[in-house]
Write a protein that binds this ligand. Structure first.
Ligand code: ADP
Ligand code: MG
Length: 306
């Protein structure tokens, strides 16, 4: 490969189906549909910080996009476009081909166009910006939870954290390396959920963001949380409450939406578990064990906590 431009052409320049102009000019041109708001989100993945050196390139291509898709899902937005800023130590063909394969396989499933980016030499790092559409005023925000609302969780919690603690457990490693963003769920929750967030830093911490933004508290029954099977009670608690990277959706909804949400779970073939309720008062999460006794939760992940 002779140049940066050849590299871009070979690995990242694909026809854009949703965009007026994609890769190749000074900027892409996008046309959101009438009546839609743009939802925009950025996530970085740095080698040694978010993934280990030598991580499989195909899985990285998947994960870098998946974590961004998950943010749009949590807003109830339909993903449409992405940009990719990538810094690479070398133009390694095998690595680039694997990365592009993982990235475009997931992008294709959700109809996302890669419309631009930037490519430089340097330590391996990936930064994706994703753009999507949501009908004006219908985005699922963190600040909409109200006292009396139910708290729901999609899928299972703790698998990704177990994948980190015990890399030998294949199903857990898959949850960590190739998370499935809940793109369809997010959009179907428009008009049903009062607030939503995706679980990137741990259930307790991420639900905490809804509580802070909404100015309300919560009670959650630990027994009801949907859990990845873990044969060690302490490790299970740690992974389920504080483990990040699951990319499930935590959402709140008025009680009169219960049957609509149960129907949605059947339609999507995705477990949606009702785990607690929003309370009047401070933004505090009260976790109860099966005897209704308070359970302490370790804090979730924070890059700058010392
Ligand atoms: P400029 O010098 O104007 O910043 P570049 O030479 O960086 O342009 O990029 C040329 C074109 O290729 C632009 O359209 C840019 O958006 C696109 N591009 C660069 N890197 C990537 C990438 N990793 N993925 C997708 N598109 C890229
Ligand atoms: Mg550039």
């Amino acid at each position: 490969m002779n140049s940066e431009f050849e590299l871009i052409r070979e690995y990242f320049d694909r026809p854009a189906r949703n965009a007026a102009l994609g890769v190749g000019d000074d900027a892409a041109l996008l046309r959101p549909a009438a009546g839609m708001e743009l939802a925009v989100s950025t996530d970085m993945l740095i080698e040694g910080r978010h993934f280990r050196a030598g991580a499989a390139p195909r899985a990285l291509g998947h994960k870098a996009l998946a974590v961004n898709l998950s943010d749009l899902a949590a807003m109830g937005a339909a993903p449409r476009w992405a940009t990719l800023a990538i810094s690479l130590p070398a133009a390694d063909r095998n690595w680039l081909a694997g990365f592009a394969e993982g990235f475009f396989a997931l992008a294709g499933r959700f109809g996302v166009d890669l419309v631009g980016g930037d490519t430089t030499r340097g330590p391996l790092s990936l930064c994706i910006t994703i753009l999507g559409e949501v009908p004006t005023g219908q985005a699922l925000r963190r600040d909409g939870a109200r006292a009396g609302d139910d708290i729901w969780v999609s899928g299972e919690l703790g698998g990704a954290a177990l994948g980190l603690a015990r890399p030998g457990v294949a199903a857990a490693a898959k949850r960590l390396d190739e998370p499935e963003p809940r793109v369809e769920l997010g959009q179907r929750l428009r008009g049903l959920a009062s607030a939503a967030i995706d679980v990137s830093d741990g259930f307790a911490q991420d639900l905490g963001h809804i509580l802070e933004r909404s100015g309300a508290g919560a009670v959650v029954q630990y027994e009801r949380l949907p859990k990845f099977r873990i044969d060690d009670a302490e490790l299970e608690k740690q992974c389920v409450l504080s483990g990040g990277d699951d990319y499930e959706i935590v959402f709140t909804a008025a009680q009169d939406r219960r049957s609509a949400i149960e129907t949605l779970a059947k339609e999507l073939g995705l477990a949606l578990s009702r785990v607690g309720s929003i309370q009047e008062g401070d933004a505090r999460l009260l976790l109860l064990d099966k005897n209704e006794k308070p359970l302490a939760a370790a804090p979730g992940f924070d890059h700058f906590r010392t």
